[in-house]
Every structure is written in structure tokens, then in C-alpha cells.
Design a protein around this ligand. Structure first.
Ligand SMILES: C[S@@+](CC[C@H](N)C(=O)[O-])C[C@H]1O[C@@H](n2cnc3c(N)ncnc32)[C@H](O)[C@@H]1O
Length: 283
């Protein structure tokens, strides 16, 4: 085999990069800028090689011409960064506990909100909605009969399918408060490995769905009491952040909260929210 030809054929040209960068930006809002050639080469190169495409350009054309949109999905899956962990940024979960306790102790508030709705808007492999479910169920033990609905959405179907299982290897649960671990994670076996799984009662509270934050108008019927939109807007440029924050705000109840990632901020964005503390905003 002529390896020099194979390697040369898989070269990511500046034009290829530009085409891919534009496609990713238009479809997901993820702004790769002009310096992420290494990332694109590494993450897409694997697909290009294993699927037998002769070049990045050939792969790009294939994605562009796929009417099902599945190839685009796979490309965006490969490009997006899905890093997450249980109880990431613990202060948000302490805040959620305090909010739920305060709201549920208030009869008027309860009458106005027969269902508590929380949205994890870029949930990746599920650690965020699973952490939300553990805290909320823990609070709800003192308030039987309260209806709780958690919506967990992400662009990546690969991540969503992992999220639905709620399965964790033991080394991934170190950040879970011990009492929640005992109550809500059950030992089981998956693929011959001893693992832990979020109990069915909690998994049933969560609806998982693919949803792109770039969708022009968010189609949800109901409004949310709390929206977690963390560690995703960092990949968007300012106009995209502005548009997303506007649409998230629209989907919040008056008095509801928007939580963003600890390395994110709404500085420089026009919004109708009140700053509460870093990364926490109220409508
Ligand atoms: C770094 S993870 C954040 C996970 C979790 N929110 C956290 O803070 O731990 C970013 C997630 O955003 C998702 N994402 C990227 N662009 C998106 C878009 N346009 N719409 C919805 N989700 C998107 C990715 O698929 C990825 O799972």
C-alpha cells in the first residue's frame, strides 16, 4: 500500500476546514474559529478513515447530500465536546435544593405551580439531569404528591442514548453526596461489569429528547421553573449566545432561574434577567 498517498489524501486543507467550520456553525452554533484544525482532523479523521472516504472533502459532500440528516448528526456528535460529571458545579445543586424547599413551603407558589418543571438544556450523557433528579426527589420526600418533570435535551443522540441508561462505573460517582448515592444509585451488572444505575423511579421523571438550541423558536408548551444551560454557550459566538439566552428567558416562568456554566457569563449580552450571583440569573 502506498502510505504516502493515503496520508496525503487525508490531508485537511484550509478549504475543507472552512467548509466544515461553516457547516458546524450553521447547524449547531458551535464556533470553531480558525484555529481548531487539529481538533477537526483528529475527530473527523477517524470517521473519514473507518468509513473509507478518500478525503475530508468527499466525506463533507456525503454529509451535505445525506437527506436523512443522520450523517450530519454523526459529524456534530464527533465535533461537540461532551465532558460532564455528576454534581458538576455543586453550588448549583445546593441552590436548587434551597429553591425547591422555599417554593414548596409556600402555599401560594404551589397553587400557581402544580407541576415543577426543570430543563437541562445541554445534558450530554445525563450527569446533569441525573443530579437534578437526585436533589429534587430528595426534597420531594418531605412533599409527597408534588408533580415533578425534568426535560433533558442535547444535540447528540449518542450522548442521549447513554443518558437514558443512567449507568455509572464506580469511579464516576465520587462527586455524589453519600446519602444520595445510597438512596438513588443501585448496584447492578452491565456487560459483565459491576456498575451503579439511577433507580427507575428517578429515570422515569426525566424525558430525554434531541433538541438543538439553534432551533429558531423553542416549541415547548410549558414554561420552566429552572433551566440549566451550562457549559454549552461557551462554544457559541456572541450573536448566537444572545439569541439562545433570549429564547431560554422566554421559556422561564416569572421568578424562574437560569443557571449557566462557571466559566460562562452573560456580560455583554442584552437580557431581561436579574443577576443573582455569578452564573445565576432570575426572570
Ligand atoms: C460540555 S457538555 C455540557 C454538559 C452539561 N451541561 C454540563 O455542564 O456538565 C456540552 C453539550 O452541549 C451539547 N451541544 C452543543 N451544541 C448544541 C446545540 N446547538 N444544541 C444542543 N446541545 C448542544 C453537546 O452535544 C454537549 O453534550
Amino acid at each position: 500500500m502506498d502510505f504516502s498517498t493515503a496520508t496525503a489524501a487525508l490531508d485537511l486543507t484550509q478549504d475543507d476546514y472552512e467548509l466544515i467550520r461553516r457547516l458546524v456553525y450553521c447547524q449547531s452554533g458551535i464556533n470553531l474559529g480558525d484555529k481548531k484544525t487539529q481538533l477537526v482532523r483528529a475527530r473527523l479523521g477517524k470517521i473519514v478513515r473507518t468509513r473509507g472516504f478518500r478525503s475530508f472533502r468527499e466525506y463533507y459532500r456525503h454529509v451535505e447530500q445525506d437527506p436523512s440528516g443522520e450523517e450530519l448528526c454523526t459529524l456534530l456528535d464527533a465535533i461537540s465536546t461532551n465532558t460532564t460529571h455528576l454534581f458538576r458545579e455543586m453550588s448549583h445543586f445546593n441552590l436548587l435544593r434551597r429553591l425547591l424547599q422555599t417554593w414548596l413551603a409556600d402555599r401560594d407558589w404551589r397553587a400557581r405551580h402544580p407541576t415543577i418543571r426543570i430543563w437541562s438544556a445541554a445534558c450530554s450523557s445525563g450527569e446533569e439531569p441525573h443530579s437534578i433528579a437526585m436533589v429534587a426527589h430528595d426534597v420531594l420526600r418531605d412533599h409527597p404528591g408534588v408533580d415533578l418533570k425534568i426535560l433533558a435535551t442535547d444535540l447528540s443522540v449518542r450522548m442521549l442514548s447513554r443518558a437514558m441508561l443512567g449507568i455509572y462505573e464506580p469511579h464516576r460517582i465520587g462527586t455524589v453526596p453519600p446519602e444520595l448515592k445510597t438512596r438513588y444509585l443501585r448496584p447492578t451488572v452491565a456487560d459483565g461489569e459491576a456498575v451503579l444505575q439511577l433507580i427507575p423511579e428517578l429515570r422515569q421523571t426525566i424525558t430525554f429528547a434531541r433538541f438543538n438550541l439553534m432551533t429558531p423558536a423553542f416549541p415547548f408548551r410549558n414554561r420552566f421553573n429552572v433551566i440549566f444551560c451550562r457549559n454549552v454557550m461557551i462554544y457559541f459566538d456572541r450573536p448566537t449566545q444572545q439569541a439562545v439566552v433570549g429564547k431560554l428567558t422566554e421559556r422561564l416562568h416569572e421568578g424562574g432561574y437560569l443557571l449557566i456554566g462557571h466559566s460562562e457569563s452573560l456580560n455583554g449580552i442584552d437580557h431581561r434577567l436579574t443577576y443573582v450571583e455569578p452564573t445565576v440569573y432570575q426572570k
